[in-house]
Design a protein. Structure first.
Length: 286
């Protein structure tokens, strides 16, 4: 069977950008404008790295103390790769407070799961699948657990707090996205989707079915069609929300009196640049 021609690519993060604000998607994907590192996002990257490497230890050695001992080495490793991250802090006291918050999140993880009883099948797994439409879906899965029965659990760590009931659907979209990719790759619907919130110590679980994933496929297809329309017309609408306060691009946003730069000429494959690397950026969803 011939693979369909790839027309574009979406990750959960970039799909979320477009749903939040089409202009933000344009700035990040089309213009590829630089953004200042966020202490919260970088902390998430470090905590994710600690939890990934925790499972390199033998089961009996996966203690709170061992996990917290991984924190500063992982921060130093990330800082060596991205020296600019040091500029996020005004001094040693602010850095120490940031590390203390990360250490607290790592400790909170142990109140939600017992890592001595887990042997993940995959960690930081890059996945991609091409839909019949030619749209490539891709992303990183924090952890994949596979039971002896073959049942699959998709686990994602969040360093924020669990959303209220009104926002759970948005949080689960990312997980259904991953479940759709896995279903298209293996033909098997994951048994459980699990969001582990390290900010306030809650776990959100959801069992998807084929109807859920078919609906997710329709949603991402409609999102891509909207992105294609924006690419064709050059109309990227700003969508003001409370998230604007955290946006790096206010100076270029019409909602704040700014003017976006000229749109770069789109070349084939621009939105299908390979991200198949071991390390994901701090702007990826955490």
């Amino acid at each position: 069977m011939t693979e369909p021609e790839i027309v574009g690519a979406l990750s959960p993060s970039r799909a979320g950008d477009f749903m939040t604000c089409p202009l933000l998607y344009r700035f990040r994907v089309v213009d590829r404008l630089p953004e200042r590192p966020s202490p919260a996002a970088v902390r998430g990257t470090v905590v994710h790295a600690v939890l990934e490497r925790l499972f390199d230890l033998p089961a009996g050695g996966r203690t709170v103390e061992a996990a917290q001992a991984l924190l500063e080495p992982q921060w130093e490793r990330l800082l060596a790769e991205e020296p600019d991250y040091a500029e996020m802090f005004s001094g040693e006291a602010e850095l120490a407070g940031w590390l203390a918050e990360a250490r607290s999140m790592i400790g909170r993880y142990f109140t939600l799961e017992d890592p001595t009883r887990l042997e993940p099948a995959e960690r930081e797994l890059y996945v991609e699948a091409v839909l019949g439409s030619g749209l490539m879906l891709r992303g990183y899965i924090d952890r994949l657990d596979v039971a002896p029965s073959g049942d699959v659990r998709v686990v994602d760590y969040k360093t924020g707090s669990a959303p209220g009931p009104d926002f759970e659907a948005k949080a689960l979209f990312q997980m259904k996205f991953y479940a759709l990719v896995l279903w298209r790759l293996s033909g098997r619907v994951p048994r459980l989707l699990q969001l582990v919130y390290l900010g306030n110590g809650e776990v959100l679980r959801y069992s998807p079915d084929e109807a859920d994933l078919n609906a997710t496929e329709r949603k991402v297809t409609a999102l891509w069609q909207a992105i294609e329309r924006a690419l064709a017309t050059g109309e990227w609408r700003a969508r003001p929300s409370r998230l604007c306060g955290w946006c790096d691009h206010q100076a270029l946003c019409p909602e704040f009196g700014g003017t976006p730069p000229p749109i770069p000429e789109r070349r084939p494959g621009d939105t299908v640049r390979s991200t198949k690397t071991k390390r994901r950026a701090a702007t990826d969803e955490l």
